[in-house]
Design a protein. Structure first.
Length: 373
């Protein structure tokens, strides 16, 4: 029988992700619209976004937060082009975005002292191979594979290299060991359900020291430059952005941060993600036709949950199409480079009750595909 109850919010896309519960664009603080981002009001608002990010994430006092162009991609490219090249680099990649960083380091920066550690979708490479004397580039949560790093134990506390971490679908959803991470990047449109086009770059003191003591051998576009005359451009981390940001997007981001605080902080948003994952784990445990792409339970993402089905790719596409036609789940097909399957966003802005309502529809859609001629 076709289920009768639909999720109140069928938006389970992995990016841009669902807006927070109760979101109303009319409630945003819009005094900055039509004003210069260089005005006192504009700079104060951007600085506030940086400051409140640090507060909600409970960053160490010496860590800096900056708003940069071009989403998480821009933040990661800025970090790699500005910081790497002084030491050998170890890259760990196990899904599309991590492999993209690897391609950039091989083909664009053409790093000579580069070691690569890769794994197929569903698995992690051997993180124990990380050299404490090398810089390390990796994603914390593989958005397109649903595989995450379980902890930071593999990162040496006495390392001399830097850790550069793409945490775009992990921050606010998974506990990050900040003392092990020298550079962290993310974008607003993931766990917070914010708007696109802007990235966040978080630098620890070791990264700042590298910036001020090392100049890479390649030319840096203006949009990547974090130093001037050998000193960090501190204004970037105090509201003086490199280029013109959307102040509407900034207002939307501040609204999302306020919502996380209203929950009780990032620990509460992490708990929401864990509860959401538990809903899908319970469903999968009772069925033989659906499985997690992540081979090990400890590496299962609690945000970008990736599932495989005992269907051919065309059957998976039909199932995804049926769910969209019924307006119960939009945009939940696997990433184009990943194995055919489902990718259901379970970040903090998703209500567990909506996931519970979605699960019977997965049963229905699977039966429709397998039993219909």
């Amino acid at each position: 029988m076709k289920p009768e109850i639909r999720p109140a919010n069928p938006n389970f896309s992995s990016g841009p992700c669902s807006k927070r519960p109760g979101y109303d664009v009319g409630s945003l603080e819009l005094a900055t619209l039509g004003r210069s981002h260089r005005s006192a009001l504009g700079k104060a608002t951007l600085e506030r976004a940086c400051r409140e990010t640090a507060e909600v994430l409970e960053l160490p006092a010496e860590y800096r937060v900056g708003i940069v162009p071009a989403s998480d991609t821009g933040a990661m490219e800025m970090a790699m082009w500005s910081l790497l090249g002084q030491r050998p680099v170890d890259v760990f990649a196990w899904e599309s975005f991590g492999k993209g960083w690897l391609t950039d380091l091989e083909q664009q920066l053409k790093l000579e002292n580069l070691r690569t550690f890769t794994a197929p979708y569903g698995a992690l490479p051997d993180l124990a191979q990380a050299d404490a004397g090398h810089d390390i580039v990796f994603t914390w949560n593989g958005t397109t594979s649903g595989v995450r790093v379980p902890d930071g134990e593999w990162i040496a506390a006495d390392r001399t290299g830097l850790t550069v971490c793409d945490a775009t679908s992990a921050v606010f959803a998974q506990a990050l060991p900040w003392d092990k991470l020298d550079v962290v990047t993310y974008s607003w449109q993931k766990v917070l359900g914010g708007e696109g086009a802007h990235g966040v770059l978080i630098l620890g003191p070791r990264a700042v020291h590298r910036l001020e003591s090392y100049r890479p051998p390649w030319p840096l576009p203006k949009i990547f430059r974090l130093t001037r005359d050998g000193r960090l451009i501190d204004g970037i981390f105090r509201g003086a952005t490199i280029n013109t940001p959307s102040m509407l997007c900034v207002a939307d981001y501040l609204d999302a941060l306020a919502w996380v605080r209203s929950l009780g902080g990032q620990h509460a948003s992490i708990e929401r993600c864990d509860r959401n994952l538990a809903v899908i784990e319970a469903f999968v445990a009772g069925r033989e036709w659906i499985s997690f792409l992540a081979a090990e339970p400890a590496t299962r993402s609690n945000t970008s949950v990736c599932l495989t089905l005992d269907l051919e790719p065309e059957g998976v596409r039909r199932m995804v199409g049926l769910l969209a036609e019924e307006a119960v789940a939009f945009d939940i097909g696997a990433y184009r480079d990943a194995p055919a399957g489902l990718r259901i966003w379970c970040g903090a802005t998703v209500e567990s009750g909506d996931l519970e309502k979605l699960m019977p529809w997965l049963d229905w859609a699977y039966r429709e595909v397998t039993e219909s001629p």
